[in-house]
Design a protein around this ligand. Structure first.
Ligand SMILES: NC(=O)c1ccc[n+]([C@@H]2O[C@H](COP(=O)([O-])OP(=O)(O)OC[C@H]3O[C@@H](n4cnc5c(N)ncnc54)[C@H](O)[C@@H]3O)[C@@H](O)[C@H]2O)c1
Length: 424
């Protein structure tokens, strides 16, 4: 089958090369010409994506995959078109569909009769049917007759997209019933794993938002419990471990908010929808307040932050992946500076320009001694850091460090919902 993947970024590229490696001829379409050129030379733009470099080299060499900026040309010969263009939130907190709408409008005029369009990008409920299908039909095709459309969310973790593509069941919902069936067949045949065909695109859209909202709210609960633990001088880590020792409790790990362009974004899609969303809004509010909470705890411990030199380690939104969308490192910086601290940033995964573009002053190398260091994303390469030399107090903003190792190295430890080490 000829397949076009529109948007070959963090998700679309691994998706496209995986499909190419499984017997289809795939064209990856993107508006970024330099990106397309690099990919056609088999230069992997995502070195932190496991297995992508080898797979890309293979499918470019055997001719089953190529990239292009000519989306219309690729779509004209494709039976299946997948959309993996990103949707973010605008400054008012609403879904910004502009890129996806532009992609749908480009594709519409080139669709061959009977083409199947599958939207992979997470969307507010009803968007595929009410907003995207009319764009696709604008050039004359009719849904259910010579055009089929489905929604099928990606359930992937950046850094291990290729593995995750076949690991979890693929959820599919058709806008027209035939679209659902065709998409389910396509994924069954391509990935060979379980496919869950839901009764509509809307059900599939809501299922993806449900996953994200569940995690955001669960983390908000963990954060609220962590703050209660702080009031009583308890360690939330042992509390959650105890609570989760029966099968009905799955409390996540508390921390400095929630970053990335998935979990903090999807509850907002519910908040702009037609149904109730009080809990989604509450979860967002609790999690958004965490960077301020963590910084105030540090300030209380140090007797204020005015003039203190504070290092933030790991500026990406999560460890070991060079992605900074909605990273809470920025929130930490804002809160620290509001209390008068002088803040440096450090991240081995980012270039000096990448660090500067976040507004951080880059920490000199070798790292000097600071008044405090906050570990925001605990990259694997930080395991060998000499905590005691770095600062007298180490804030574990994601409860990811080994507390005893920090203390053994001669630094005080402060976690989220975890009492600080008494003065050493
Ligand atoms: N990143 C994740 O961890 C993750 C996980 C699960 C699901 N998703 C979903 O995948 C979507 C895509 O995310 P991403 O991280 O791959 O985004 P991305 O920004 O890395 O990639 C999007 C690509 O689309 C291209 N593009 C923009 N407009 C275009 C157009 N009109 N035509 C062709 N190409 C166009 C961009 O140049 C870019 O290369 C997200 O919105 C989300 O719904 C992401």
């Amino acid at each position: 089958m000829n397949v076009a993947v529109v948007g070959i970024g963090r998700i679309g590229l691994p998706l496209a090369v995986t499909i190419a490696s499984r017997g289809h001829r795939v064209t990856g379409c993107d508006i970024d010409a330099a990106h397309v050129q690099r990919i056609n030379l088999a230069k992997n733009p995502l070195p932190d994506e496991a297995g992508l470099g080898e797979l890309l080299a293979r499918v470019i060499a055997d001719g089953t995959f190529r990239a292009t900026t000519d989306t219309r040309g690729a779509v004209a010969s494709a039976q299946v078109i997948l959309f993996a263009v990103r949707v973010d939130i605008d400054p008012e907190g609403r879904a910004d569909l502009s890129h996806l709408l532009a992609a749908a409008e480009t594709v519409a005029g080139a669709l061959q009769p009977g083409a199947l369009c599958i939207f992979d990008t997470t969307l507010p409920v009803g968007t595929t049917r009410r907003v995207l299908v009319p764009r696709l039909e604008a050039a004359g095709r009719r849904l259910g007759h010579d055009l089929h459309v489905a929604f099928s969310p990606e359930r992937l973790l950046m850094g291990r997209v290729i593995e995750d593509l076949t690991k979890y069941p693929k959820i599919v919902g058709g806008v027209d019933p035939r679209g659902g069936e065709l998409a389910a067949d396509f994924y069954r045949q391509t990935f060979g794993g379980e496919v869950i065909l839901l009764s509509s695109a809307e059900a599939a859209e809501l299922s993806k938002l449900a996953e994200g909202a569940y995690r955001d709210l669960n983390i908000a609960l963990a954060n609220e419990l962590a703050m209660v633990a702080d009031v009583h001088g308890l360690d939330i880590e042992e509390v959650i471990r105890a609570a989760n020792s029966q099968p009905y409790s799955h409390i996540h790990v508390p921390g400095t908010g929630v970053g990335g362009h998935c979990i903090p974004v999807y509850p907002r899609f519910l908040m702009q929808g037609e149904g109730p969303s009080a809990l989604s809004a509450l979860g967002r509010a609790v999690n958004d307040a965490m960077p301020g909470y963590v910084v105030r705890r540090l300030a209380a411990l140090l007797g204020g932050l005015e003039g203190r030199r504070v290092l933030v380690l790991g500026l990406t939104f999560r460890p070991n992946v060079a992605v900074t969308f909605h990273t809470n490192a920025l929130d930490l910086k804002r809160e620290l500076e509001a209390l008068g601290a002088a803040v440096h940033g450090h991240d081995p995964l980012l270039s000096p320009e990448g660090i500067a573009s976040l507004g951080f002053e880059r920490a000199p190398e070798p790292l000097p001694r600071y008044d405090a260091a906050i570990v925001h994303s605990y990259h694997a390469s930080y395991a060998g850091l000499e905590w005691g030399r770095l600062a007298p107090i180490i804030v574990d903003a994601r409860n990811a460090l080994d507390r005893s190792a920090v203390e053994a190295a001669g630094a005080r430890y402060l976690g989220v919902g975890r009492p600080p080490t008494p003065w050493l």
